[in-house]
Design a protein around this ligand. Sequence first.
Ligand code: DQA
Length: 156
Amino acid sequence: MSLLRILVLHGPNLNLLGSREPGHYGTTSLADINQALIELGDRLGAEIITFQSNHEGELVDKIQQASLARSELGHIDGIIMNPAAYTHTSIALRDAVLAGGKPFIEVHLSNIHQREQFRHRSMLADTAVGVIAGFGACSYELALRGLIHHLKNTGG
Ligand code: DQA
């Protein structure tokens, strides 16, 4: 199978990882999370493209680009996304992943079900291949393994 190409999207405030509420999100920086994903992707046969934004529309734009045959992103096989606070509010992100049709995994560092009630609801989870939450930075690595497994078993 040719190299898979996976887009990893990080939502608002995740640029602050490392210093932001370490009790919930740990001390690993976003740069270190991305680097670990790139290295794991190398071992598993996937190219990783990462993007973080604090703006809902920019995340929508990336999801749309990922579904186009020709875009500046190039071909994308699947998406890993931590929509952060937009998880709980964003019909726009939900509609974007539904319209794009690319398999995606929802990721959270914290176990959102152990936290405030408003974090228990996800606008996206039922459209995802799977959801991983509660393993800190390791959630992303589990998501990458899960998405690659899914893509190899379904042919993408
Ligand atoms: C988060 C959980 C969200 O509720 C929160 O708004 C975040 C991060 C997580 O990774 O645990 O920003 O998605």
